[in-house]
Write a protein that binds this ligand. Structure first.
Ligand SMILES: [Zn+2]
Length: 170
């Protein structure tokens, strides 16, 4: 499996004024979540250098990020822990983390975000602080359950067994 390391991301493209010390702080923060083994198929950091530039259309592009996906049970019910750095109008960037679980509603929403945090930042220093908080919080979330059903209990969202049960009589 190809592991995509954090160092593949050119931070000076994202934050042009970044000093060497500041870049080192960001790498240290990223290392907190590099410790957890990424799930198969989501092997490390995504990086989209062509999305660094803000477009006038105002679309929110993910510039770089990482996802940890876990599936369990016969239906491969999934839970995912995500971190995304998003280009907003320069010099702003958004740092977002979330925990998402698969959707088993009759209407397909693809996934449901059950917990999230975000930071809108405009300077290297504020980015570093946000990224440090985001990676620390995500690392803590990842130490929790990797079973989607455990998160579904408190949300009242449909579970895969209910969906299967209604359609299992052929
Ligand atoms: Zn749904």
């Amino acid at each position: 499996m190809e592991i995509r390391p954090f160092d593949r991301i050119d931070l000076t493209k994202v934050l042009p004024a970044l000093s060497i010390d500041e870049a080192a702080r960001i790498r240290r923060a990223a290392a907190r979540i590099d410790l957890s083994a990424p799930a198969p198929g989501r092997s490390g950091w995504t990086w989209f250098p062509d999305r660094v530039t803000y477009t006038e259309s105002g679309e929110r592009w993910v510039v770089f990020g990482i996802a940890f996906s876990y599936a369990s049970g016969p239906q491969r019910d999934g839970v995912e822990f995500d971190l995304s750095v998003i280009r907003e109008q320069p010099p702003s960037l958004a740092v977002e983390i979330s925990t998402d679980i698969d959707c088993w509603c009759e209407t397909d929403h693809r996934y449901h975000t059950i917990r999230s945090q975000s930071w809108l930042v405009g300077t290297p220093e504020s980015f570093i602080q946000a990224f440090e908080s985001a990676t620390a919080t995500l690392a803590q979330w990842i130490t929790g359950s990797h079973t989607a059903a455990d998160y579904r209990v408190t949300t009242g969202l449909p579970s895969p067994s209910v969906t299967l049960g209604s359609g299992s009589q052929n």
